[in-house]
Design a protein around this ligand. Sequence first.
Ligand SMILES: NC(=O)c1ccc[n+]([C@@H]2O[C@H](COP(=O)([O-])OP(=O)(O)OC[C@H]3O[C@@H](n4cnc5c(N)ncnc54)[C@H](O)[C@@H]3O)[C@@H](O)[C@H]2O)c1
Ligand SMILES: [Zn+2]
Ligand SMILES: [Zn+2]
Length: 361
Amino acid sequence: MTQEVRGVVARTKDAPVETTTVIIPDPGPGEAVVRVQACGVCHTDLHYKLGGISDDFPFLLGHEAAGIVESVGEGVTDVKPGDFVVLNWRAVCGQCRACKRGRPWYCFDTHNAAQPMTLADGTPLSPALGIGAFADKTLVAAGQCTKVDPKAAPSTAGLLGCGVMAGIGAAINTGSVGRGDSVAVIGCGGVGTAAVAGARLAGAARIIAVDLDPRKLDSAAALGATHTVDAREQDPVEAVRELTGGFGADVVIEAVGRPETYKQAFYARDLAGTLVLVGVPTPEMTLELPLLDVFGRGGALKSSWYGDCLPSRDFPMLIDLYLQGRLDLDAFVSETIPLDGIEDAFAKMHRGDVLRSVVVL
Ligand SMILES: NC(=O)c1ccc[n+]([C@@H]2O[C@H](COP(=O)([O-])OP(=O)(O)OC[C@H]3O[C@@H](n4cnc5c(N)ncnc54)[C@H](O)[C@@H]3O)[C@@H](O)[C@H]2O)c1
Ligand SMILES: [Zn+2]
Ligand SMILES: [Zn+2]
């Protein structure tokens, strides 16, 4: 059996996305169908649409979602119909070399649904990050469904499914920000601002937000930045050094995904400091750095996929902190939009008007 729902599809990188019929198969073994209630618009959706992630068009976009499990396939025991879940793109396998070494947040063989969702003519769709949640319903691997407290609103909870988790995790998991640390975040969109919030949760003493857009600096300040740097007016490296006694920050998080901001992050670090790249570069980008500086400055150069999160550990914990009033996830929801508002939302993201536009279904 299958069912027809509406979904937002990118057919080529030149055409606007379109809302069209998507065919969802009934869940097979280990799969679940989820009725999507909300899905945030992430920069990675735009990367997909522009062909920056892969050429596997057509894409079913959307991957930052919360919803209700509608049905589950054979052998699924962790979730059942009616459960409120945040969708994740790290359903760990338990079998790969990372999982077996007790580091499942690096899992190298994460699960997605085995069956394809398709267009009405049978063309298989590539769901963004194995999720595809700009749709009334989506088919995922059951392990992609993480149960959280249903007291959280779907529009807020869903943001943990990607950008907000990536940012918070870049600070608390990958960067291991600790009490008293100085932290700088370059690029304060949804991801960077979440890194600011994560640094605050971890007890950082000084949190420096860097962006080109004063509106982003305001939202970063509201979520915990103690200092802001407008990169159009000040050199970010000099500014961060000035704000850290001339030395640089203990942890610098790059949340743009460009070589020039990576270099700034590299040099805005204190000696033996940590750089975390959470921004996603595109295939043509390259980086040149004096190898002697890489050696001489010491420390750690890390990348953060999904904030090195373990969804089953991190999503419920962050939702609990949110419900206790210790993490203002609502501040990330700039607006709620209908399913056919994605192109507008991309334009707003491009202009920097929003932290997150969230599709509410
Ligand atoms: N690593 C992951 O797991 C993961 C997950 C989600 C998103 N991402 C990536 O994180 C990045 C940010 O995503 P987002 O949703 O926050 O995007 P966004 O467009 O909302 O934010 C980007 C921010 O960077 C700022 N910026 C651009 N150029 C700058 C510069 N030269 N100096 C300082 N600031 C600059 C922009 O003004 C904007 O505020 C993207 O590359 C996205 O693909 C990574
Ligand atoms: Zn694994
Ligand atoms: Zn994303």
